[in-house]
Design a protein around this ligand. Sequence first.
Ligand code: T3D
Length: 263
Amino acid sequence: MPHQFLVVEAVRNVVRITLDRPDVLNSFHTPMAAELQSVLDDATHDAAVRAVLLTGAGRAFCAGQDLAEATPGDGEPSLDFAAHVRKAYNPIVRKIRTLEKPVVAAVNGVAAGAGANLALACDFVFASTSALFIQAFARIGLVPDTGGTFFLPRLVGPARATAMTMLAEKVGAQQALEYGMIYRVCPPDALLAEATGFAERLAGEATVGLGLTKRLLNSALTNDLDAQLELEAELQGVAGRTADFVEGLAAFREKRDPRFEGR
Ligand code: T3D
């Protein structure tokens, strides 16, 4: 299906999704959110896709909600924000977290509001040295959404999360790395190649095992120890029945690299 507001490319077993509204810093309007949901659904169901990469066109990653859509003309809100967040943003976060394949964000510039939290919902965040993470909501009298109040305190702790969200502090890539918010910082001209190469590497790993690991890590955010131990046992049973486990064991015995097929 052709896309109007995204560029979607297959790079071997990686699907690379570029938010493509650079004139408005790739901010989300309803059609772009719908397209992203649909591409994430496709990535979920396509066995050939074994990793996802998300980035932005131009100088920004994503400036969050398109404020022109939210408040056209006289500045009065035109959207029912609660309904809009439920329909546009929440499904994107759920789809990323339940997609049992690694999702890598390549944050190529500013990531503000829902755009910052979209990145934090991904499994790995690469950021350019020019990237900025801004919980911009407080500046316009809104509250964080798109999972920000869930992920951010867990990633950086409540004190930093409070400062970032209540003060809308700008957090640079290096600071974000030191806070444990993101995985790696790259020079701007190397970001896309490094993040894509990393996603390709992930796409060659034991996809089912990685997907089940993601399910475990999701559950660990809310489970108690007993529930988590039980889930680990159950999912180890599943992983132990995959072809990739058989291949991993054979490679170990034969002292060679495994050739995982993702099943
Ligand atoms: O709707 C609901 O249901 C509520 C949900 C809300 C979720 C949210 O995400 S709320 C948060 C929304 N986002 C923001 O508040 C961020 C707004 N943008 C900024 O603060 C700044 O643009 C940045 C800090 C991100 C970047 O600043 P800078 O100086 O690098 O760029 P700029 O000059 O401000 O922006 C460049 C252009 O992009 C400019 O257009 P122009 O003047 O060249 O025609 C600007 O208006 C446009 N732009 C930037 N962000 C948005 C945007 N246009 C629409 N919506 C935006 N969010």
